[in-house]
Design a protein around this ligand. Structure first.
Ligand SMILES: [Zn+2]
Ligand SMILES: [Zn+2]
Length: 148
């Protein structure tokens, strides 16, 4: 994931289309989420956002996250510690790999779940239509730090 001004523009346009006034504070939040390679907690967004826009309020952070979530532009990830972090929604059929230590995110495509889904269909009688896969682990940086 990289800084992507056309994505920022798209998100802002979508917010405006839904009748949401896009202030400088909200634009700051959008830019953070579009460019971040890490899943961010609301507090982290608040802290990072205030470096760009010192008057940013925590309530604005929560409300903007709610709106972006409703529009399907971001997704919420559940961390093993029970906290929530947010990141850009995956596009198409992408899967998520998340570092449980620092929140770094990688997307990957491709999986071979056909054997598993077949077995689940056989045992449950369901017709499986879709799946949502999220892998947790330690990123290379956190792995090498935990070995020291
Ligand atoms: Zn990490
Ligand atoms: Zn898949």
């Amino acid at each position: 994931m990289k800084t992507d001004s056309s994505t920022t523009y798209e998100w802002i346009k979508q917010l405006q289309t839904c009748g949401y006034r896009v202030t400088a504070a909200r634009q700051t939040i959008v830019e953070l989420l579009v460019s971040s390679t890490h899943a961010l907690s609301p507090i982290e967004i608040y802290d990072l956002g205030r470096k760009e826009y010192p008057a940013l309020g925590l309530v604005t952070v929560y409300r903007t996250l709610e709106r972006l979530d409703e529009l399907g532009l971001i997704q919420r990830v559940h961390m093993p510690d029970g906290c929530h972090r947010y990141l850009r929604a995956t596009q198409g059929h992408q899967h998520l790999l998340l570092c449980t230590c620092c929140g770094q995110v990688e997307m990957f495509e491709g999986d071979d779940l056909s054997k598993l889904t077949q077995r689940v269909e056989d045992t449950t009688g369901y017709h499986i239509q879709d799946h949502w896969l999220q892998l947790f682990g330690l990123c290379p940086r956190c792995t090498s730090q935990s070995r020291q």
